[in-house]
Design a protein around this ligand. Sequence first.
Ligand code: 13P
Length: 343
Amino acid sequence: MNQFTQQLEQTARAMVAPGKGILAIDESMPTIKKRFDSIGVESTEGNRRAYRDLLITAPGGGKFISGMILFEETLHQSTAAGVPFPKVLAAQGILTGIKVDKGIKALPGHPGEVVSEGLDGLRERLTEYRGMGASFAKWRAVITIGTGIPSSGCIEANAHTLARYAGLCQEAGLVPVVEPEVLMDGDNTAEVCFDATERTLKIVFHELYRQRVALEHTVLKVNMVVSGKKCPTQAGVQQVADLTVKCLRSGVPAAIPGIVFLSGGQSALLATAHLNTMNAMYPQLPWPLSFSYGRALQDPCLKAWGGKAENVERAQRALLHREHCNSLACEGKYTEALEKEAA
Ligand code: 13P
């Protein structure tokens, strides 16, 4: 219990409210450059502001989106009319989240594996972010599948770091989104992804317990159990749904208020279909299953925008459509026919 208990409870509940999910727009500088390169737009401060402005101000987003995760630069930016972004979100009933890890670095002694940095000075940064309107935070840990990896040393280092971060967030009154992401870049089968994800979850929750993190005030963000992109046989939608739910049941305590998925490189349509199938087939899970997608929500919108002011409305419509589809998927009510209607 701390002075923020009630607020943490409220925030966590709101983040995974029925039919709502999270829009991740917290791409780091190298990542947003990659996204902008794909549409031939230069990653300048002005272009990043303009793009995030259209995502944040898309009319009607508050119906489907409970929170948006911002990159630190965006937290300090404002609309063209000078209204700070957290204020614009609050006016739509959308919570402001902030990515607080400082990115990944090679883990010594563990070739091919990484650990996320950013704990130094985090207590002070969290207080500052809270003062600017943030009510939740995100820290992404990256787990890689390969020959002989993930190693226990890598999973444990990341789990400990996630737990230290989560404790600091709760102390500061921010709900931590704990994100261990098992990458889907390899040639491994979905079964191998299952094992790596299950092992990771068990160690992460053990560390959260050891660091006295309140699970009731923690949201889990995790990968689905999918085949690696380079695997010649790809698990189908039903199999992904079955394996993912089985893995979560094994590794995630019932005290967690909600689980949100990252899209991790899945196409926009597949990410929606997977989430929908899980919710349609497994309506009685201990936690709501929702989304916290970056690419799977933004990709069609980014393409429609193409860096041109005259395309803003079209881009916002593309974003709203994906938000709507994923909102329905949270309740198992999405159908592919909706895609044709919108096309
Ligand atoms: P993707 O959905 O594009 O994987 O991004 C989500 C995210 O926030 C990763 O940390």
